[in-house]
Ligand binder design. Structure first.
Ligand code: NAD
Length: 363
């Protein structure tokens, strides 16, 4: 097993930005990508962090994603927009689409943005945080066109992507409530992290020819250290969370984020890999005519958090609290990158001709 490294968020972000500059992105886009990936690591979502570097670099090289694109407006209906991300990096396309939704919501009180053909949008909660920062309630429904990773309830065949939802509710004088989850038991990236030496996934997260398993090989087949695992190579699938209910939520992502946006689904037609996202924004100031929303959110949140925990070492948390805690810890302690993950980032740097940084703490 190769040694891992510990790096500060800043040092890691600088290195990753250099890789994407050398890969052909503008300095601004390279920084957006690196900041977004490192922020995902900081918030504890290693599945959507720098584990993606090697894959993104190869996607750029293979023309699956394009550098420095901006969304094209397909339809402008005032409170409703259809945007085409032109297969640009999600770290550029996503924030532009969200800002458009916020602007339209400010104008109309309610807005919907159907985003099609975006490159991988990463941690969807980042968009709910962005909208909450602007004072908006938001919900984001996402699918992954041409990504067949998850089996429907009652099957081991691949029919859906990992299809996340994110919701954000702003709170006055406090961080927002952000719920952000994949509809698979684990996000595919967490399985990739596990396959690259990171923490294991639950032992019911996948299904293979021999039934339910926690072995990433069900998805990836043989895993070669330093090579990105290929999710097409395995004989099985990820499992949807919540049995028939999670399977149903995932179907809705295919229909709303894939079919309704025009982005494409995980169905039988061969369409280009991309994220589709249907986002809905509500301005609480416009709907809250009794002006009770902020006080009600605060008093409900306090009451919820006062629930006695079953285990004193596991306090009750609101959605978004875990990410906040992780961020503080990882800013303080630096980011631990397992050996295989570090090798995969160095392989990407080798591919783009980017010099490796000094790494202090090898473990
Ligand atoms: P997860 O299982 O870690 O669940 C995260 C959610 O649960 C968060 O809202 C978190 O605050 C909340 N949570 C965690 N522990 C809690 C506790 N003890 N009490 C209360 N709430 C708690 O996340 P996941 O399903 O593995 O998803 C990981 C990331 O993957 C998400 O950011 C998601 O957007 C992203 N994702 C992206 C894509 C894409 O195509 N772009 C696809 C799938 C997933």
């Amino acid at each position: 097993m190769s040694p891992g490294v510990n790096m500060s968020a800043e040092a890691l972000s600088n290195f990753v930005a250099a890789i994407f500059r050398d890969a052909g992105c503008s300095p601004e886009e390279a920084s957006r990508i690196s900041d977004n990936l490192v922020e995902a690591n900081l918030t504890g979502h290693d599945s959507h962090g720098v584990v993606r570097v090697q894959r993104y670099v190869h996607m750029l090289d293979e023309g699956i994603v394009h550098a420095d694109k901006t969304p094209e407006t397909v339809m402008d209906g005032g409170s409703m927009l259809v945007l085409d991300g032109q297969f640009g990096f999600g770290q550029t396309i996503g924030p532009i689409a969200v800002d458009a939704g916020i602007d339209r919501c400010r104008e109309h009180g309610l807005s919907a943005v159907a985003l099609r053909h975006s490159g991988h949008l990463g941690r969807i909660g980042a968009f709910a945080e962005r909208a909450a920062g602007a004072g908006m309630v938001s919900m984001h429904i996402v699918n992954v066109a041409n990504s067949r990773l998850v089996a429907p309830f009652g099957s081991a065949a691949r029919r859906m992507g990992t299809n996340p939802y994110a919701f954000g509710v702003p709170r006055p004088d406090h961080r927002p409530v952000i719920l952000d989850f994949a509809t698979s038991i684990v996000a595919e990236g967490k399985t990739a992290v596990a396959a690259q030496g990171g923490p294991p996934v639950p032992d019911d997260a996948l299904v293979g020819p021999d039934g339910v398993t926690g072995d990433p090989a069900a998805l990836y087949g043989e895993i070669v250290p330093g090579e990105r695992p290929r999710s097409l190579d395995g004989p099985g699938a990820l499992r949807a969370m919540g049995n028939h209910k999670g399977s149903g939520l995932s179907v809705m992502c295919e229909l709303l984020a894939g079919a309704l946006t025009g982005s494409g689904t995980a169905g039988p037609d061969v369409v280009p890999f991309c994220n589709g996202m249907l986002s809905i924004y509500i301005d609480p100031e416009r709907i809250d005519i009794d002006e009770t929303f902020a006080a009600d959110v605060t008093s409900y949140a306090d009451w919820y958090l006062a629930a006695e925990p079953l285990d004193d070492s596991e306090p009750v948390l609101l959605p978004g609290d875990r990410e906040h805690q992780r961020r503080s810890e990882r800013m303080r302690d630096g980011l631990d990158l397992p050996g295989d993950l570090w090798i995969s980032i160095c392989s990407a740097a080798d591919f783009t001709g980017t010099p490796l940084p000094e790494t202090g703490d090898q473990r």
